[in-house]
Design a protein around this ligand. Structure first.
Ligand code: FAD
Length: 507
C-alpha cells in the first residue's frame, strides 16, 4: 500500500537552503528528503576538483543538518552499492524503497536537469528575486534587453537603496566612481580559510580516488561548506572588503587572487547564502554608515542586477543559446587554457590561479581569458565548456550567458551592446601583468609584440562591416580604416602567425 500523505522531496546539490520552496512545502513528519550524488552529474562537465569537494561536502553537511532538524533524509553517496548513476534512476529507486510515487522538487536551475526531470512536479525557486514570468514580461516590452534598465526595475521591486520612487543619492549607478587601476602597494584582505572537517576530508579522499585526472589542485581546500561558515565568510566580507568594493573592481595584480571581490558566488550559487538577504544586509551596512553608497550600490547591482538578469536571459533563450555563434568563431581552444603554458603572462597568471583555486575574478574571466577567446575567434562551445569546468561557482545558468553573451559576443549583441574586446593597452592599464611579460605591450606587429594588440586590430578587421554600424564601435573602426595598407597587412600577418603558433603549442 502506498502512503498518499508521504512524498519524496528531491534536493539538488545547488539547493542547500533551509528556506527553499520544496522544504517549505514539505511535511517533516511524513516526507522523505532524497539527496543523491550521481555519476551523471560528475561528468556533464570536466569539473575542477575543488568544485566536487564544495558540492559533495556541502550536500553531506546539509543532509546532517536536516536530520538534526527532524527530517528523514535518504542520502545516496557516489560509491554506494546500487547507485544507478542518474537522478532519474535514484528517484525510481527511492520510490521503490519508500513505497510512494509522490515526488516533488524546487525547479532545477539548469536546462539539462529541467529536461531530465520534467515529468516531476516542480515548485518555483523563490531564492531568485525575479520570476521567469516577470523577466519574460519585462523582455517582451523591450526592444533591447539592457541590464541597466532591468536593474532599475529590480531596485524598485525590492525597494533596495530607494527613497520612495527615487534611487538613494539621486543616481542609479555609481560605477563611474569605481574601476581604478591597481596600485602597486594595494593591500587586499584574504577570504577566510576553513579547515576541512571529517566530512570534507572524506570527500577530498573520494575526489582524490575518483577524479584524480580532473583539472585543478585539490588541496589546500579552504572554502566554506556549511551555511554557518559561509556566514563567517560573509561577515568577513562586510568588515574587510565591502567598504572598498568596486574601487578596484577591474584591477588585476600578479599574485593577488581575490583583490576586493567578495568570493561569495560559490556560496550563493549552491544555496548556503540567500542573495536577497545578503543585499538587505549590505543596504543596512550602508544605512548604518559602515560603507559608502558607491560600494553598497555596486555590490547590490551585481546581485539583483547582473545575477538576476543573466538568469533571465538564460531561461529566455535556452535551449538554442548554447549553439549561438554570431561571429562564426571556429578556432579550437588552445591547450594553454588547461596547462597555463603560454608566454602571455596575463593568461598564464589567470590560468594558474584558476587551477590552484578554481577562482578568478570577473575581469580576469572577462578581459583576459574571455578577451583572448573573443579576439582569437575560439569556438564558443569549447570556451563555454572550459568555463563550466574550471570555476567553483560554475553552473550553466550563470556561466553560459556570461561566456557566450558577455565575453564572446556570440549572441550577436543580445546581452552586450558592444563586444568586450581590448588590446594589451587595457591589460597594461588595469594590471601589472605586462611588467613581467616577455612580450612588449607597446608594440603591435613585431615578433615580440603583445599578441593582444595585433589580435585586437585583426578582430576589428575581420568584423569591420558588422561593427562599423555599431555606434559604440564606429570610432574604433574609423581608426582602423585610417591605418595604411602596410600596417593592415602587418597586423593580419602577426595575428595569423601568432594564432598558428599557439595552436601548435609554440607559445
Ligand atoms: C566568462 C565568464 C564566466 C563566468 N562564469 C560564472 C559562473 O560560472 N558562475 C558565476 O557565479 N559567475 C560567473 N561569472 C560572473 C562573475 O565573474 C562571477 O560571479 C564572480 O567573478 C564571482 O566572484 P565573486 O563572488 O568574488 O564576485 P564579486 O565580484 O564579489 O561580485 C559579487 C557577486 O555578484 C554576482 N555577480 C557579479 N557579476 C556577475 C555576473 N556577471 N553574472 C552573475 N552574477 C554576477 C555574484 O553572485 C558575485 O558573488 C562569469 C563571468 C564571465 C565573464
Amino acid at each position: 500500500m502506498t502512503n498518499p500523505d508521504q512524498s519524496i522531496i528531491l534536493i539538488l546539490g545547488d539547493q542547500l537552503s533551509l528556506n527553499i520552496s520544496s522544504l517549505r512545502q514539505g511535511n517533516k513528519t511524513n516526507d522523505i528528503i532524497l539527496m543523491a550524488e550521481v555519476a551523471e552529474e560528475t561528468t556533464y562537465a570536466a569539473h575542477h576538483k575543488k568544485k566536487f569537494v564544495l558540492v559533495f561536502s556541502a550536500m553531506r553537511h546539509f543532509a546532517e543538518k536536516l536530520r538534526k532538524l527532524g527530517w528523514t533524509v535518504d542520502y545516496v553517496k557516489l560509491g554506494d552499492a546500487g547507485n544507478s548513476g542518474t537522478l532519474e534512476g535514484e528517484i525510481a529507486r527511492a520510490c521503490d524503497r519508500h513505497n510512494t510515487t509522490n515526488v516533488f522538487l524546487t525547479e532545477p536551475a539548469e536546462w539539462r536537469l529541467r529536461e531530465a526531470l520534467k515529468h516531476i512536479r516542480t515548485l518555483e525557486d523563490t531564492r531568485f528575486i525575479c520570476s521567469h514570468a516577470t523577466f519574460n514580461a519585462w523582455a517582451n516590452t523591450r526592444k533591447e534587453l539592457r541590464m541597466e534598465f532591468f536593474y532599475r526595475d529590480m531596485r524598485k521591486a525590492t525597494n533596495l537603496l530607494m527613497n520612495g520612487d527615487e534611487p538613494e543619492g539621486g543616481k542609479w549607478n555609481y560605477d563611474s566612481e569605481n574601476r581604478n587601476p591597481a596600485k602597486q602597494d594595494l593591500f587586499t584582505p584574504q577570504p577566510p580559510h576553513f579547515k576541512p572537517d571529517q566530512i570534507t576530508q572524506d570527500v577530498i579522499t573520494l575526489v582524490q580516488e575518483k577524479f584524480k585526472n580532473n583539472f585543478g589542485d585539490l588541496e589546500p581546500f579552504w572554502f566554506a561548506t556549511t551555511a554557518e561558515n559561509a556566514e563567517i565568510a560573509l561577515t568577513h566580507f562586510f568588515e574587510h572588503v565591502l567598504p572598498h568594493f568596486g574601487e578596484t573592481q577591474d584591477a588585476m595584480v600578479e599574485g593577488e587572487y581575490f583583490m576586493h571581490h567578495s568570493i561569495l558566488s560559490p556560496y550563493i550559487n549552491i544555496g548556503l547564502l540567500n542573495p536577497l538577504e545578503v543585499c538587505r544586509r549590505v543596504e543596512q551596512r550602508y544605512r548604518e554608515g559602515h560603507v559608502p553608497l558607491a560600494a553598497a550600490e555596486g555590490f547590490i547591482r551585481q546581485i539583483i542586477g547582473w545575477r538576476e538578469y543573466i538568469r533571465g536571459i538564460y531561461w529566455l533563450k535556452m535551449p538554442d543559446y548554447v549553439n549561438v555563434n554570431a561571429l562564426s568563431a571556429k578556432r579550437p581552444l588552445p591547450d594553454f587554457y588547461w596547462t597555463g603554458k603560454t608566454q602571455m603572462n596575463c593568461v598564464k597568471q589567470a590560468v594558474k590561479q584558476t587551477k590552484q583555486e578554481a577562482y578568478a575574478h570577473h575581469i580576469q574571466r572577462l578581459m583576459i581569458t574571455g578577451n583572448f577567446a573573443l579576439l582569437a575567434g575560439l569556438d564558443p562551445k569549447q570556451v563555454h565548456e572550459w568555463y563550466l569546468a574550471v570555476y567553483i561557482d560554475a553552473f550553466e545558468w550563470v556561466e553560459l550567458p556570461n561566456t557566450i553573451g558577455m565575453a564572446l559576443h556570440a549572441d550577436g549583441g543580445l546581452l552586450g551592446s558592444k563586444p568586450y574586446a581590448a588590446s594589451g593597452n587595457y591589460i597594461n592599464k588595469m594590471s601589472n601583468y605586462c611588467k613581467s611579460c616577455s612580450f612588449n605591450v607597446k608594440k603591435r606587429t613585431e615578433d615580440d609584440a603583445c599578441p593582444f594588440n595585433a589580435l585586437y586590430w585583426d578582430f576589428i578587421a575581420r568584423h569591420f562591416e558588422r561593427f562599423r554600424k555599431n555606434p559604440r564601435m564606429a570610432q574604433t573602426c574609423h581608426t582602423y580604416g585610417k591605418f595604411d595598407e602596410t600596417e593592415k597587412q602587418a597586423i593580419a600577418k602577426r595575428a595569423a602567425s601568432f594564432l598558428d603558433s599557439q595552436i601548435s603549442g609554440q607559445y
